[in-house]
Design a binder for this molecule. Sequence first.
Ligand SMILES: *Cc1c(COP(=O)(O)O)cnc(C)c1O
Length: 432
Amino acid sequence: MNAIATPQGLPGQPHIAYAGDQLMVEGVRLSDLAREHGTPLFVYSKAAMLSALAAYQRGFAGRKAQICYAMKANSTLAVLQVFADAGCGFDTVSGGELARVLAAGADPAKVIFSGVGKTRAEMKQALQVGIGCFNVESEAELDVLSEVAVSLDKQAPVSLRVNPNVDAKTHPYISTGLKGNKFGIAHEDALRAYRHAASLPGLKVVGIDCHIGSQITEATPYLDAMDRVLDLVTEIEAAGIAIHHIDFGGGLGINYNGDTPPEADALWAQLLAKLDARGYGQRQIMIEPGRSLVGNAGVCLTEVLYLKPGEQKNFCIVDAAMNDLPRPAMYQAFHQIVPVTPRTDTGAGAGEVYDIVGPVCESGDWIGRDRQLQVAAGDTLAVLSAGAYCMSMSSNYNTRGRAAEILVDGTKAHLIRQRESAFDTFALEQLV
Ligand SMILES: *Cc1c(COP(=O)(O)O)cnc(C)c1O
């Protein structure tokens, strides 16, 4: 059970806080935004995104480093624009993401392309726009990529994603660096794969990468993965193949519910000390953070539709659902849920304990369980830490139009995505 967050107690986010009885994002009242734009409504703080980025930039001060925002965490154009304007590159995982990030003004030379299942069409698209690097995930993919590049009279810059076989100690669905995951090339096969890559006419080896998981809240898995990757760099370079850059992936966690991940700059102080100690401190470094740049920069506003008391459970039925906020249904993830305008008038104490659920016809459609809230129909709640893997994973299930999105910058609120109408959801369909 989780108490209502205190004004200072919202997870890790000074830009989203109460001022008196009003929850604010920067200088904008969320109650005003809900009234003006309706709910469900995602609201993001630009300052929060930039301050999360600044922690990485501080960590890398004086180093050759490129931060590639892993845009699958939140790929809304205006969010990409914030990071592009701040000098970020991007980690993409589909041709769709590549098209999207270019539309937001990204420099293709700073874009990398990850993922286990790139199609020939996606490879061609990425080669034609001149992306910075393909992060290749299997030996079979090397052959196909080389073929596609040769057919275009180009050489594809490649990095091989190696699987360091370390336990990121996170949820099994978001752990990616263990044997048995579909991702990357096994450590013991890596040298052979690099030799193969170096022999192919359409490829130019430029780097090595790993990505061990997501919502990682300790430094140890990163330190272990770094050791494993550097062992490989030594081996591969001894075989005469130069590794220009080393990419350590993303995965740093955020505070959802009292989680205490290291700050990005503190984590990188530790990692860079190891890199220096092993003699690789001057190497070009790349990283691919997603969640840690946007997760705590966003909230989702939702209106309480009905309170439904029950014998075993009280339900608080809200107008946001698993199609808007898929993380609880997918990974039993936790989001804090707080009132936008806490009730102080009733003297009814801390309220009742509710399961907060959406209108979708699935028992898996819940947003929070066993939450104590003093709440009434018509109130607006804020689902916190909703900046990452919410809108980008949203769907039209139950023919629900996707929510609108607002980017707050100081006292200005920009509508960055209109609410989808029912007509929008079936606009591409036709009757026979
Ligand atoms: C998803 C992903 C990331 C970003 O992960 P976060 O946990 O959001 O930081 C980085 N690299 C790759 C290859 C990914 O698939």
